[in-house]
Design a protein around this ligand. Structure first.
Ligand SMILES: [Zn+2]
Length: 438
C-alpha cells in the first residue's frame, strides 16, 4: 500500500465547511424536544449574567475544570493537553469571563449575548431584537440568515426549552473560530491545539471544522496515511459542556445549566449529519487510490470532480433540507419530516449516554448511512440541478421537495438527530430535576 498517495489525496481535500449541519440547530432542537415532559413542564428560568455564575461558583469551577482536564487526557484519543497556564487560579482573575473562556479553550471574542431565538413564525415583533453582529462573530454571519434574536436582560423570565434550543445553535456563532496556532488572532498561539488539521479555506469560519466534524470510523490505513483526520474534538466539546451543565444545575444556576447543555447538544447534532462523520462518502479506499494514481499521471479530472462533488452535495442537501423545513413550517401541516424530529420510539434502543456516545453511537450511525445518503443526493442533483443560491429567491420556488429517495434518507437521519438530542438532554437534565425536588 503506497501510503503517500493517501496523504496527498486527503491533504488536498477541502472537506466540508463545518458550519452546515441541519442548518439552524435551534429549529431542529425545538422540534426534537417539544414533547419532553421534563422541559415542557419545567418552570420559567431567570436570566443570569455569566459573570454572576462565575463569581458565585469560582471555587467549584476551579476544581471542576481541573477534573475535566485530567479526565480528557485519559479518555479522549489524540487530545492535546491544555497548557497549565490556562487553568483557572484559586484567586479569581480580574476578568472572570475571559479567564473562563480561555480555561475552556473557547474563542475569547464570542459575544454570549442574552437573547433567545423564537420558532419561525412565533417572533414577537413588539420586543427588542439584537442584530446578527451583536450575537455572532463576524466570520460566522451569513447574508441569507433568517434568524431572529429576541433580546433578554438579567432577571427576565424565559422558558427552559427556549434557552436550550437557542444555545444549541450558539457554537456556530464563533466558539471554535481561530483556535489553531496557524490561525489569525492571539488565542491560537496559547491554546495548544497545534496547526489546523482540516477545513475548507473558501469559508471564513472553516477553522471551526475540527471541532464540529469527527472522522472516527475510517480504516487504519487511512489514519496511518492521514493522521490529521484524527485530530478533531467534537466529542470532547460535548463532554465539557454536559459536565458544566450538570454543575450549573447542581449549584442552582438553571439558566446556565440549560445554556451549557445546548452548547453540548450542538456537537451531538452535528455528528448526525453524515458529511460531518465521513470524509468521502461513497468513495472506498481503492477508488481513492485509483483517482490519486491517475491525478499523479496527469489525469486529475476524476479527482477534482470528486472534491467538487463532496463539497457541493454537502451544501446543497443542507439547503434543500432547510428550505423544505421552512416550507413545511409555513404550511403548518404534519409531515413525515416534522414527525421524525419528535419521534421518540427508538430513543431507548440506544446505549446509555457516556462520553463515548458521540464516537461509538452517533457518528457510527451517520457514517454507516453516508454512502446511501450521498447516492440519493447525487440522484436528486442530477434531476433538479440543486436548490440554487439562497440570495436568489426565485430559484427556491422551483423546488417541489418531491424526491422520495432523498426525502426518506433525510427523514431517517432527522429521526436519529431527534433521538440523540433527547438522550443527550436527558443525560444532562437528570441533575436539574434532582435539584428541583430538593
Ligand atoms: Zn457546528
Amino acid at each position: 500500500m503506497k501510503l503517500p498517495f493517501v496523504v496527498v489525496l486527503l491533504g488536498l481535500w477541502g472537506f466540508a465547511s463545518g458550519a452546515w449541519a441541519w442548518s439552524n440547530h435551534t429549529v431542529g432542537s425545538y422540534l426534537a424536544l417539544q414533547d419532553v415532559a421534563a422541559l415542557r413542564d419545567a418552570p420559567e428560568l431567570t436570566v443570569e449574567p455569566l459573570e454572576q455564575f462565575l463569581g458565585q461558583e469560582h471555587a467549584g469551577l476551579v476544581t471542576l475544570l481541573r477534573e475535566q482536564e485530567t479526565f480528557a487526557r485519559r479518555h479522549f484519543p489524540d487530545y492535546p493537553p491544555r497548557p497549565d497556564n490556562l487553568a483557572l487560579t484559586d484567586a479569581p482573575a480580574a476578568d472572570l469571563r475571559r479567564a473562563f473562556l480561555m480555561a475552556l479553550r473557547v474563542n475569547p471574542q464570542i459575544h454570549l449575548a442574552l437573547m433567545f431565538q423564537p420558532m419561525p413564525g412565533q417572533d414577537q415583533p413588539q420586543r427588542a431584537h439584537l442584530k446578527p453582529q451583536e450575537v455572532m462573530v463576524e466570520q460566522t454571519i451569513s447574508p441569507w440568515s433568517t434568524q431572529r434574536f429576541i433580546s433578554l436582560a438579567a432577571g427576565d423570565k424565559v422558558a427552559p426549552l427556549a434557552v436550550l434550543a437557542t444555545a444549541a445553535d450558539e457554537p456556530d456563532y464563533g466558539h471554535d473560530i481561530n483556535l489553531f496556532s496557524d490561525n489569525p488572532g492571539e488565542a491560537g498561539a496559547l491554546y495548544g491545539f497545534g496547526v489546523q488539521s482540516f477545513g475548507d479555506e473558501r469559508f471564513e469560519y472553516s477553522s471551526q471544522a475540527p471541532f464540529h466534524i469527527g472522522f472516527f470510523h475510517e480504516s487504519a490505513v487511512v489514519y496511518a496515511g492521514a493522521p490529521f483526520l484524527q485530530r478533531s474534538w467534537p466529542d470532547w466539546r460535548a463532554y465539557q459542556y454536559l459536565d458544566l451543565a450538570r454543575f450549573a444545575f447542581a449549584t442552582g444556576h438553571p439558566y446556565w445549566g440549560y445554556r451549557f447543555l445546548g452548547w453540548g447538544l450542538h456537537y451531538v447534532q452535528d455528528l448526525t449529519q453524515p458529511y460531518h462523520a465521513t470524509p468521502l462518502p461513497g468513495a472506498d479506499l481503492a477508488s481513492m487510490l485509483l483517482m490519486e494514481g491517475k491525478a499523479l499521471a496527469g489525469f486529475d479530472a476524476d479527482k477534482n470532480a470528486a472534491i467538487e462533488r463532496v463539497a457541493t452535495r454537502h451544501i446543497e442537501v443542507e439547503k434543500y433540507q432547510a428550505a423544505w423545513l421552512e416550507q413545511v413550517l409555513r404550511a403548518k401541516v404534519a409531515l413525515p419530516m416534522l414527525a421524525a424530529y419528535a419521534d421518540a420510539a427508538q430513543d431507548a434502543t440506544y446505549p446509555p449516554y457516556t462520553e463515548r456516545y458521540l464516537r461509538d453511537v452517533v457518528s457510527a450511525e451517520s457514517n454507516a448511512q453516508a454512502a446511501a445518503f450521498d447516492q440519493a443526493i447525487g440522484q436528486w442533483l442530477a434531476v433538479s440541478g440543486g436548490v440554487g443560491d439562497f440570495s436568489q429567491g426565485n430559484d427556491l420556488k422551483r423546488e417541489n421537495y418531491q424526491h422520495e429517495p432523498l426525502n426518506s434518507q433525510l427523514v431517517g437521519l432527522l429521526r436519529h438527530m431527534g433521538a440523540h438530542s433527547r438522550n443527550f438532554v436527558k443525560a444532562g437534565t437528570a441533575a436539574a430535576q434532582d435539584a428541583q425536588l430538593d
